[in-house]
Design a protein around this ligand. Structure first.
Ligand code: ADP
Ligand code: ADP
Length: 226
């Protein structure tokens, strides 16, 4: 089984626009994978469907073999998602944002606290644990989204443009963090419109344009052909 398998994925938005025109994608367990493409290509729509934030119009999605239509809760346990936009309760404290998320997966509070501490420390946010999220800088909010996505220790972490609007220093430290997670066995998929980011991090790359996958290749192969 693959970490993520997508077959014939179609999305027609309610205004009639077809954002995805039959996407096929396989991501192996343990991979570090980039979905690369220009703005408007369909990257967020694809990830939105995988994380069941967006309804699909056709096709199939499996996460570690679990179909999101028939086995959604099993698929979700294996999946952590870092969306592009901040979507925190502005007044909730950092620590509560992370432990509450663990609660959605049925993790007991005691264990949730241990896991929240672990990831807030890894991401350099432990000192901010009692701060309401609205008081955080943009870079801190982004790290908080990653901690929240990891609190249930998913096997697959998906990030939508994780370093958009992030300064170079934080970008590098996020890259290091993600590489470390991947070394420890977490499969990672990110979207990006920076070839440089895909190049720095990823082993395999799919290029999406106008709702279609136009290349599905290893980084090495891609670079040899540029
Ligand atoms: P769905 O078909 O998944 O129900 P909708 O078409 O109803 O999605 O739109 C969901 C939201 O996205 C709406 O709030 C809408 O305003 C917003 N939206 C509409 N067009 C665009 C666009 N081109 N890019 C991004 N968001 C959009
Ligand atoms: P990317 O993440 O690659 O920038 P998106 O998946 O956000 O691309 O968008 C793909 C296409 O779908 C774009 O043309 C966008 O304008 C359109 N789109 C996104 N959301 C909506 C929506 N809710 N309603 C209508 N069109 C949308």
């Amino acid at each position: 089984t693959y970490a993520l398998e997508i077959e014939g994925l179609v999305k027609n938005y309610s205004d009639g626009f077809q954002a995805l025109k039959g996407i096929d994608l396989q991501v192996r367990k343990g991979d570090f994978f980039a979905l690369l493409g220009p703005n408007g290509a369909g990257k967020s729509t694809t990830l939105g469907i995988v994380s069941s934030l967006v309804n699909k119009s056709g096709g199939r999605v499996r996460v570690f073999g679990h179909d999101i239509d028939s086995e959604l809760s099993k698929a979700k346990v294996n999946l952590g998602v870092v969306p592009q936009e901040f979507n925190f309760n502005q007044f909730e404290k950092v620590i509560d944002i992370v432990t509450t998320q663990a609660g959605y997966y049925g993790i007991p509070l005691k264990q949730a606290k241990v896991s929240a501490e672990k990831y807030l420390k890894k991401l350099g946010l432990w000192d901010k644990r009692d701060t309401p999220s609205r008081m955080l800088s943009g870079g801190m909010k982004r790290r908080l989204m990653i901690a929240r996505a990891l609190v249930h220790e998913p096997r697959l972490l998906i990030l939508d443009e994780p370093t958009a609007g992030v300064d170079i220093e934080l970008r590098r430290s996020m890259w290091q963090f993600l590489e470390e997670m991947n070394r420890q066995g977490t499969t990672i998929i990110l979207t990006t419109h920076y070839l440089e980011e895909a190049e720095a991090l990823c082993r395999n790359i799919a290029i999406i344009d106008q709702g279609k996958i136009i290349r599905h290749t290893s980084k090495r192969e891609l670079l040899q052909q540029l």
